[in-house]
Design a protein around this ligand. Structure first.
Ligand code: ASP
Length: 354
């Protein structure tokens, strides 16, 4: 897998550009077109101007990188996140903002991952995509891309308005590590149940300045190592011991995300608590994230979560599963277990309410 810079004819504006934006095209429905048989295949991003001539009138200069083989985002992997992170890092000083065109299926995972990889980010990284391919007359691709570019370029007093990794979709700008894909048929594909939108786009783009995070350090630091020996264990009524044992006996397992009920509750079955305690004692990090898209884990609120707290399960607070997973991947890729446990419970890039 590789990424390369491509020439897109006709998009380089003349001298009076107001900002420089780097676009990374990874694939997804956004850029699908029909082959001779009518099947959907990825289009060549170099032809974007044919589909979206107004891109030339934005007063922006573009640098465009494309995955050599654009992918359906169901095939995204940490290797792809590394390519995206490195491309942003290597081209950081020369650009005012970044737009990543990405399939919607795993966009919330990628946006979460990039938010933990790019510590100290001071410029916008805006993910967007589409529910209908750009060749479709009713496609949402055009509006999503144009407004994402506007947001990536937006500055006040020469400072980026949104120095965050975020998702722009269907007239809303959401914090990336708070987002979830919630809809596969309507255009409003994303929601961030525990955090307000960072902006709403109407006739003008209304930024929610109080909700936008300011960079907490001066320089950008890139993390590119990931630990992938992590499991997500979703609890359900009737969950059986063999299944839980199978997951927890995975070789080299480093962390488990328990997807619990409501405010962090789990069955009080003694065998279940014993299996969890055994894993934690063996050094596995176990964290508690709720299956609810809104609200938060409060371990000890109900009797059904007291035991989890007692045995050392860490509360994920109001983090999404996507954020908890990618946060653990990035932390475990760089730090020792004890430090990861500490950092996991802290708000690193706006993913957690404190
Ligand atoms: N399966 C597609 C993807 O995630 C869906 C989309 O782009 O919306 O790449």
């Amino acid at each position: 897998m590789n990424i390369r810079q491509i020439e897109v004819k006709g998009v380089h504006a003349a001298s009076d550009v107001r900002a420089r934006v780097l676009i990374i095209y990874t694939g997804g429905t956004f850029g699908m077109t029909h082959d001779n048989s009518g099947a959907l295949i990825p289009f060549d991003f170099a032809s974007i101007v044919e589909h979206l001539p107004t891109i030339k009138n934005l007063g922006l200069a573009f640098t465009v990188f494309s995955f050599e083989q654009p992918i359906d985002s169901s095939n995204i992997s940490p290797e792809h996140w590394r390519l995206m992170g490195k491309t942003i890092y290597d081209n950081y000083t020369d650009h005012d903002g970044f737009v990543i065109l990405h399939g919607t299926d795993t966009m919330a995972y990628s946006a979460s991952a990039l938010s933990f990889m790019l510590q100290g980010l001071g410029k916008p990284v805006v993910f967007t995509g589409a529910q209908l391919p750009i060749i479709d007359p009713r496609s949402d691709a055009r509006e999503n891309l144009i407004t994402a570019l506007e947001i990536a370029a937006a500055k006040n007093d020469d400072q980026a308005i949104v120095p965050e990794v975020c998702i722009y979709f269907d007239y809303e700008l959401l914090r990336g590590n708070r987002s979830k894909k919630v809809e596969s048929m309507q255009f409003d594909a994303f929601d961030s149940g525990n955090y307000p939108p960072l902006a709403k786009a109407g006739v003008k783009i209304d930024y929610n300045f109080n909700a936008i995070r300011k960079p907490d350090r001066e320089t950008l630091q890139l993390f590119t190592d990931f630990e992938t020996n992590i499991a997500i264990l979703k609890l359900f009524p009737g969950i059986n011991k063999q299944v839980v044992e199978a997951v927890l006996s995975t070789n080299e397992l480093k962390a488990v995300i328990l997807e619990t009920y409501g405010s962090g509750n789990a069955p009080t079955l003694p065998w279940l608590i014993e299996l969890f305690a055994k894993s934690i004692n063996q050094g596995v990090i176990m964290v508690n994230v709720s299956q609810c898209p809104g609200g938060m884990v409060v371990q000890g609120k109900y009797e059904t979560s007291k035991e989890l707290k007692r045995i050392g399960v860490l509360s994920g607070g109001d983090m999404t599963t996507e954020a908890a997973l990618t946060k653990l991947m990035v932390l475990l890729g760089s730090y020792r277990v004890d430090r990861c446990k500490e950092l996991f419970t802290l708000n690193l890039t706006g993913e957690l309410s404190t």
